[in-house]
Write a protein that binds this ligand. Structure first.
Ligand SMILES: C[C@](O)(C(=O)O)[C@H](CC(=O)O)C(=O)O
Ligand SMILES: [Mg+2]
Length: 300
């Protein structure tokens, strides 16, 4: 009821353990706090909070328009609703190294288990857009160092994302990733790799876990979990998948209401009131005080 039953500290330990394990952990992107509960109920290992989703949710393009306050608020609302660890997209840290330091502390306070920080120039762009550029090595390293030094919970995961692959090629991306690990990154998110062989070579080159971004309609293929695991990938994110599914259904539903004048034909595709109530745990509130939250679901 109300909140997750685990503390942020416990969730950070869980994220560390997940990253250390031999398997592949799966972090779908929650587009709101409620969908984080759905992800948990299905047995996933964690929740991803996507910058692209937070921007899109506000009707904005993913080009560095959102602020630290907006991201920390939304990520905190999501993290608090699940017992799973949540990893948030901290973009470039919202500025330069000093901002990255403030970002890590703000996200710790918001209850996140970890974040990733990328080496794009400000303002950043979605990793699958053309015309990206990356900062020089010193700036990239200093961003990571600042974040690592500023965290107060040693278990808070600071993951380095590098967008170098699309800018200077694979070899440069490996060099950049190694430097970010030397700077203290706990894990690496190599953005926009091309093909499984590159994931395999990247995992091989680094002593820390790597993440694969299985985003749709982007630059890379959608690899299966078996393929990613065999390539040595430790974590996979599906950052925008649930938002795209929900928006696709919303659009088709609106079309149906226009076409037939009723939503009757859509009922089977909707989450039933009963399932929604289960996810929110109405029952728990009702047991706490049935004068406030008592309910019966009448229609089957
Ligand atoms: C992972 C990502 O950074 C995100 O914000 O979710 C995006 C996802 C997307 O735009 O599809 C990315 O840059 O890949
Ligand atoms: Mg992003």
């Amino acid at each position: 009821m109300l909140y997750s039953s685990k503390t942020p500290a416990e969730k950070r330990v869980a994220l560390r353990q997940a990253l250390a394990g031999p398997g592949l952990v799966r972090f779908p992107g929650a587009f709101n706090p409620l969908s984080a509960r759905l992800i948990e109920s299905k047995g996933f290992e964690g929740v991803y909070v996507s910058g692209a989703v937070i921007s899109a949710d506000l009707g904005l393009p993913d080009i560095g328009l959102t602020t630290l306050t907006e991201v920390a608020t939304r990520a905190g609302q999501i993290a608090r609703m699940t017992d799973l660890p949540s990893l948030v997209d901290a973009d470039t840290g919202f500025g330069e190294p000093l901002n990255a330091a403030r970002t890590v502390q703000t996200l710790e306070d918001a209850g996140l288990a970890g974040m990733h920080l990328e080496d794009q120039v400000n303002p950043k762009r979605c990793g699958h857009l053309d015309g990206k550029s990356v900062v020089d090595l010193d700036t990239a390293v200093n961003r990571i160092k600042a974040a690592v030094d500023a965290r107060r919970d040693a278990n808070f995961v600071v993951m380095a994302r590098t967008d170098m692959r699309a800018v200077e090629g694979f070899a440069a991306a490996v060099d950049r990733a190694k430097a970010l690990v030397d700077a203290g990154a706990d894990a690496v998110f190599p953005e926009a790799l091309e093909g499984l062989a590159e994931f395999e070579a990247m995992a091989e080159a680094l002593d820390v876990p790597i993440l694969a971004n299985m985003t749709e309609f982007g630059k890379g293929r959608l690899h299966t979990q078996d393929e990613l695991r065999d390539a040595g990938v430790r974590m996979v994110i599906y950052p925008v998948t649930l938002l795209r599914l929900a928006m696709g259904e919303a659009e088709r539903g609106l079309d149906e209401i226009i076409a037939s004048g009723t939503q009757e034909a859509l009922l089977d595709r909707m989450q039933h009131r009963r399932d929604l109530y289960d996810l929110i745990d109405y029952e728990g509130y009702s047991q706490f005080d049935d004068t406030v939250a008592g309910f019966t679901v009448t229609k089957e």
